[in-house]
Structure formats: C-alpha cells, structure tokens
Write a protein that binds this ligand. Sequence first.
Ligand SMILES: O=C(O)c1cccc(C(=O)CC[C@H]2O[C@@H](n3cnc4c(=O)[nH]cnc43)[C@H](O)[C@@H]2O)c1
Length: 244
Amino acid sequence: MHRRTLIVTAVAAEADSVAGGLTTPARPGGELPVPGGLVLRRYANADVLVGGVGPAAVAAATGAALTRAALVGEPYGLVVSAGIAGGFPGRAPLGSLVVSDAIVAADLGADTADGFVPVEELGFGRSVHPVPAGLTGPVAAALAAAGLPHTTGTVLTVSTVTGGAARAEQLAARHPGAAAEAMEGFGVAEAAAAHGTPVLELRAVSNAVGPRDRAAWRIGDALDALRHAVTAVESTLSEARPCS
Ligand SMILES: O=C(O)c1cccc(C(=O)CC[C@H]2O[C@@H](n3cnc4c(=O)[nH]cnc43)[C@H](O)[C@@H]2O)c1
C-alpha cells in the first residue's frame, strides 16, 4: 500500500536537497500555501515543508500541515524530520547519514544539584519518541543497498547547538545510543504524535558535536548526502509498514 509522506526540513537549502532527491514528479499545481505563511512543495508520494529552525517553530509548522491534510481528507501516513546535523564522534562521521531509532528532547527537563532530570522524572510530559523498528530497519537497509554510509541511533533535539567538549561528553554519557544532534526532530515528532502519525528522523552529518570549529563544517557535503539518501529511501518511505 502506498502512503503520502510529509518531509519537514528547517531551512530551504535542506528542502532543496530533499526535493532534488525525489525521483517522482512534482504534482500539478506544484506548491500549496499552508496556514502560517508556509508553502508545501508537492510531489507524487511526498510533500516537502520548510518548517523553521528549532523545535517550537517546526512543531507549529508541522501541526499546520498535518491539520490541513486531515481537513481535506488526505492525511499523511508518515512524517519525516530531515536535514543536516551534528554527529557524535565515533558514531556518525561527517557526510554520513543517521536514521533515528528514537527522537529525544535532550534539554527538556530541569537542571538540579544532582544533574539534569528529564521531564518524565519530574512527573509531567515526555522527552522521548521511539521510532517503530518497522521504519528504522527498512530505511537503513535502503541506505545500505545504495552504498551510503549510515548508522542508526538516537537523534537528540537541542535548542542550543553544542559548542564544547564538556557538553558533548555529558550528552553522550546521558544518551549512550545517541548518534546525532539537531534542533527540530522532537518538535516534528510531537506534532506527528498529536495526529497519530508515525515519525522518523533522517539526518546528514555536517559537523561533529563538540568544540565549535566553523572551518571543519561540511554543509555542502551533508546536503549532497541528504539528496542521495532521499533518492535511496523514497520508495521505502511510501511502502514500509511501521510496527513497533
Ligand atoms: O554557530 C555554530 O556553532 C553552529 C554549529 C552547528 C550548526 C549551526 C547552525 O546554525 C545550524 C543549525 C541547523 O542545522 C542543524 N544542525 C546542524 N548541525 C547541528 C549541531 O551540531 N547541533 C544542532 N543542530 C545542528 C539544526 O537542526 C538546525 O536546523 C551553528
């Protein structure tokens, strides 16, 4: 069974890479306005949305697109948070891809004398969206079949880009399964969950998580990797059957 996928990026350059990787044709009419001044780029099996940087902006944008689709009786079957990311050293090298097995809001909680406490332990909310194995596995297999370097792991969502070794070590210690950090996945996942829609995060690594080193960023390579990844996983996204 085919289903339509909503692919959400933070910025237009990422959406260009995603759209450039899709091999199916653009839908007649091409672009569709969404409440909030957003625009959906429409393709045969997927729509691409530039949702903004950070979890709050992207949650609002994703919610608007999901609600529009539901109201016109064309709900999406899958939501994908896609873009560039920081990779944890030793887990996700520059230019490689990360497929989420969980999406975690790494700074949603409280700082205490005993260290960081996630919201669940404070007694409210959630900071983790598990990704169905029936999504992660087939998407990773499609990347492998295309010969694209990748890893599966937790993708952390942060509101502040990590810029030092101490913070990188703290995050890696707190989340041993973490492969990458970015700024939108958890917002996309919250909106998808509100609509009962499965969610996956797909990231291409542009920089290492750790001390800030602008000269070492490889944003162009990561955008190319994202485009190749989308070509490789396009049919899997419409066909994979999520089952936890
Ligand atoms: O100024 C800096 O030090 C800096 C370092 C890395 C990325 C940025 C960005 O402004 C990009 C944010 C944008 O890209 C995603 N992204 C890419 N790398 C990372 C990262 O290491 N940590 C968190 N987010 C990253 C993110 O999803 C945003 O959309 C600035």
